[in-house]
Ligand binder design. Structure first.
Ligand code: FAD
Length: 482
């Protein structure tokens, strides 16, 4: 067994571990970083994703601080036309590979161990194991172990479905759909999408765009969800008006509502939030972002099963807990039931900074890479755990309509804490992962006339904060009751 030393041992080379490492490299130019990951390439769960996946919000604020992800220009074609680009699967993977091979490894300060599993450790002595070699190594960590696996992202290709699949049932995952051309002589007569989240929506859009007739598609949607309207979430420098409207819509609707459902219904009326079916009240909110064009397309799928979760599939039949429905004999069932971000993780919420361990969680929901980069900045620029944790209370991972106001309240509180601190305020102004910071700094430097409107936002939000907190605290109680 061999030994080596490092300052920071990061477990996970996904969006979180890499955003942390990237910022730490700049903020603490002397430290040595070791990154281990079970995957063979950087990029975490994106390695296992279906090939037609893309980011759902503009790439402008995804990735790491030191590298842009996509060109700064609007898309001209498809359902994202008129909006800023969403990196696609291959682009995301190539981005993270480039980051590793052109910035991190050549710096001489990062050791990257792919196909390597973190086993265990304490008091600065940790064990890792090469998955193919089986060889174990001891890592002496001079400063901290950084857990970049908190989100335990789950995707269809790697999760185990929680329903029974009878012999003869045609079953697949979204990742295998593009290979259907190989079965041109034996194509399914019908397709049923299982699941109601973003993967299911992507699958529906893909099938329709590939020419499958809407009447040949069925969709099991146990719960409907609200989604953010992507047109309001465009890069701040270009579309600051959209972001201001978005922020004010959230605050005004929270301040004037008695419940999360009421708040989201009001946001729906304003077009800030979208839903697939105007006649169904969504109960789920997983922070998915969608375009009006995608919603229009998905509404063409009219066969929607709302009997709950599927318990068993078999040729010609689909079973729910209390009901069995007949489906066309030659149906291909497509599993989109993986939870992507497992919201159960909320039970493990803990301080970011605890002695010799950092647990990367959300600082603001749902800004995953920004939160990790901010944690690295705080780690490098503040002294005690108490000071660091005061700046970075973990944000809640809410998943339902009645708990969402808690996330809104927490984000506003976090924004206030970070902007009241000179150092974190300066970090936000330069972090490309922050939704508005650098754009506002640029507008200030240019003396932009847009600043007049922007200046009114803070006082308006402050004026409504007591009502937002009232609703947020109600939602917090529901969230904590589980
Ligand atoms: C289909 C899909 C689309 C999404 N789209 C967006 C989007 O557009 N915008 C957005 O902000 N978020 C999106 N998300 C959320 C997404 O989960 C986060 O953005 C982010 O990618 C999570 O990164 P992570 O590093 O936490 O997790 P992961 O990507 O899962 O990385 C964790 C890594 O840790 C490794 N690991 C775990 N345990 C060990 C161990 N013991 N030893 C060694 N390595 C270990 C794993 O191999 C993995 O590579 C999406 C999620 C999914 C599933």
């Amino acid at each position: 067994m061999s030994n080596f030393e490092t300052d920071y041992l990061i477990v996970g080379a996904g969006a979180v571990g890499l955003a942390f490492a990237d910022t730490l490299m700049d903020e603490d130019p002397d430290c040595h970083i070791t990154i281990v990951d079970k995957h063979a390439r950087p990029g975490g769960h994106w390695n296992d994703a279906y090939p037609f996946v893309a980011l759902h919000q503009p790439s402008a604020t995804y990735g790491v601080n030191s590298m842009e992800m996509c060109p700064d220009r609007v898309d001209e074609h498809g359902h994202n036309a008129g909006m800023y680009p969403l990196a696609k699967h291959a682009e995301i993977l190539s981005y993270y590979s480039k980051l590793m091979s052109e910035r991190m490894i050549p710096s001489g300060r990062v050791s990257y161990h792919p196909l390597t599993e973190y086993k265990d450790g304490e008091a600065g002595v940790h064990r890792i194991r090469g998955i193919l070699s089986g060889e174990e190594q001891t890592v002496h960590v001079r400063r901290k172990l950084v857990d970049g696996t908190y989100f335990k992202t789950s995707v269809p290709s790697t999760h185990k479905p929680a329903f029974e699949i009878a012999d003869g049932a045609r079953f697949t995952t979204p990742g295998d759909l593009p290979a259907l051309w190989k079965e041109a002589d034996n194509l399914p007569g019908h397709y049923i999408i299982l699941g109601a989240g973003k993967t299911a929506m992507d699958t529906g859009v893909w099938l329709l765009e590939m020419g499958v007739a809407p009447e040949k598609i069925g969709w099991v949607r146990p719960r409907d969800s609200w989604m953010f309207n992507r047109k309001l979430l465009q890069p701040a420098y270009h579309r600051i008006e959209g972001l201001i409207q978005f922020q004010m819509d959230l605050v005004e609707c929270a301040a004037s509502s008695e419940s999360g459902d009421e708040m989201l219904a009001k946001l729906g009326e304003r077009g800030t939030m979208l839903r697939l079916d105007e006649d169904v009240t969504p109960k789920m909110f997983h922070f998915a972002v969608i375009s009006e064009g995608e919603v229009e397309l998905l509404r063409q799928i009219e066969t929607v099963y709302r009997q709950g979760r599927v318990t068993k599939i078999e040729p010609g039949k689909m079973h729910f807990r209390d009901e069995t429905v007949e489906v066309p004999e030659n149906t291909l069932f497509i599993d989109c039931t993986a939870t992507a971000v497992p919201f159960e993780a909320r039970e493990n919420v803990r301080p970011f900074f605890e002695g010799d361990t950092i647990t990367l969680q959300l600082a603001q929901t749902p800004f995953v890479p920004y939160s990790a980069a901010l944690a690295a900045f705080i780690e490098a620029n503040f002294e005690t755990d108490a000071e660091k944790n005061n700046l970075l209370p973990p944000a809640p991972l809410t998943d339902t309509t009645d708990t969402y106001p808690y996330a809104v309240m927490s984000n506003l509180m976090s924004t206030a804490i970070l902007s009241n601190n000179e150092k974190t305020n300066a970090f936000n102004a330069k972090s490309r992962l922050h939704p508005t910071g650098p754009a506002i700094a640029r507008l200030i430097a240019e003396g932009s006339p847009k600043l007049a409107e922007l200046g009114k936002v803070g006082p308006r939000i402050q004026g409504l904060m007591p009502q937002v907190v009232q609703l947020g605290m109600k939602a917090k109680a529901i969230h904590e009751a589980g």
